[in-house]
Design a protein. Structure first.
Length: 376
């Protein structure tokens, strides 16, 4: 094991990375709070500023994937589709099977220049998660309770507000509503059988309300839907902790572009279109499992230096005073100060671990275990 590989496994290094992310995030959140005064003066300027602030935070996680773990991301698509990336407003449909599927998506948005302006239809619980939810609030992320009767007006209002967004945005939808587990899949397929819908092997039954509403509200703004099917070579199931330990993975992403004009405007027909899409996604997963490859040309967009430079900037700004302070505490010889400092380190460690826990499948929400049995 080389020295760099050894460092990647050390808890103290992970703690320092977490410290940089958390403290820089709190600073960025405070700056975002201050930018609220810009909204009534110049809404579009406010949005552009917050895109860059969000980039400064999220790109630190992308840096871990790209530079720290060295994970490779390969696109399977066609040249015409790849040439549109970062040049239009789009809706992204991504399968929700892995702990770091969102991070692979962020990597692609970063490489095509739309990380800071990327959006998602997110569960409302995330609004209250420090850094994650707070940053999203200032980015005008659309939050929902996943109860359509209560969400309808909020979601429609949030989507329509994005119609004049000044920067190209990729709006992510997890149409399955929750991350795949065997229990949720079994219940979901019981619902599919009761509704006379074809069963899916690798996906949950898609929730159509969010998709059809997004298509209706963003028609005229969004140019296309990108369907993304993600898998990892070697049947790996990566985690954010694995990335933090420097484990390298190989992600394959099959991307298909569907012009929005090709998607029916009628809600029922659009829902049927989505169900058909998920049957095709299931076939793609089956092909990948059998052949270890998706159809289409292979593209490896080069990683850019900005994520690494951004992290090094924050590390320089925040770790220098931390080391100076820590040295002063231990040099003082005061047991009280030393215990207080160690307590602070412990609290920081706990906070970082809690944030990582948000991504873990086994600690995910129970949504879907019973909700699939209710009407959409």
């Amino acid at each position: 094991m080389g020295f760099i590989a050894f460092l990647k496994t050390q808890f103290i290094v992970h703690l320092l990375i977490g410290f940089v992310f958390v403290v820089s995030g709190l600073i960025i959140n405070f700056i975002q709070l201050c930018t609220l005064v810009l909204w009534p003066i110049n809404k579009q300027f406010y949005r552009r500023v917050n895109c860059r602030l969000a980039y400064s935070l999220w790109s630190q996680l992308v840096m871990l994937l790209e530079w720290w773990s060295g994970t490779e991301c390969t696109l399977f698509s066609d040249e015409a589709t790849v040439n549109t990336f970062g040049k239009e407003h789009v809706i992204i449909i991504l399968n929700h099977n892995f702990e770091i599927d969102f991070l692979c998506g962020w990597t692609m948005t970063e490489r095509f220049g739309v990380l800071g302006s990327s959006k998602v239809l997110a569960k409302r619980e995330l609004l209250y998660v420090p850094l994650i939810g707070w940053t999203w609030y200032f980015l005008e992320i659309v939050f929902c309770k996943r109860k359509w009767e209560e969400d309808r007006d909020t979601v429609i209002e949030g989507l329509k507000r994005l119609a004049d967004y000044p920067e190209y945005m990729w709006f992510l939808l997890y149409c399955e509503g929750t991350r795949f587990t065997e229990t949720k899949h079994r219940i979901s397929m019981e619902v599919a059988e009761s509704k006379g819908l074809p069963k899916l092997k690798y996906h949950l039954l898609p929730r159509t309300k969010g998709f059809t509403t997004a298509v209706q509200c963003l028609r005229g703004t969004v140019s296309a839907v990108y369907d993304v099917t993600l898998n990892f070579r070697g049947n790996k199931n990566p985690s954010l902790l694995g990335i933090l330990y420097g484990k390298k993975y190989e992600a394959d992403m099959c991307v298909r572009r569907f012009p929005l004009d090709d998607i029916p405007q009628d809600e029922k027909e659009a829902a049927n279109w989505l169900h058909k899409l998920y049957q095709e996604k299931d076939a793609l997963q089956e092909m990948y499992n059998q052949e270890g490859i998706f159809p289409g040309q292979q593209f490896k967009p080069p990683r850019r230096p900005w994520t690494l430079l951004n992290f090094l900037f924050w590390a320089t700004v925040l770790l220098s005073p931390l080391f100076t302070f820590g040295f002063g505490v231990f040099a003082s010889g005061s047991p009280l100060l030393i215990l207080a400092f160690l307590g602070l380190v412990g609290a920081a460690s706990f906070g970082v671990r809690r944030l990582i826990g948000v991504t873990e499948i086994e600690k995910g929400s129970s949504y879907g275990n019973q909700e699939f049995k209710k009407k959409e």
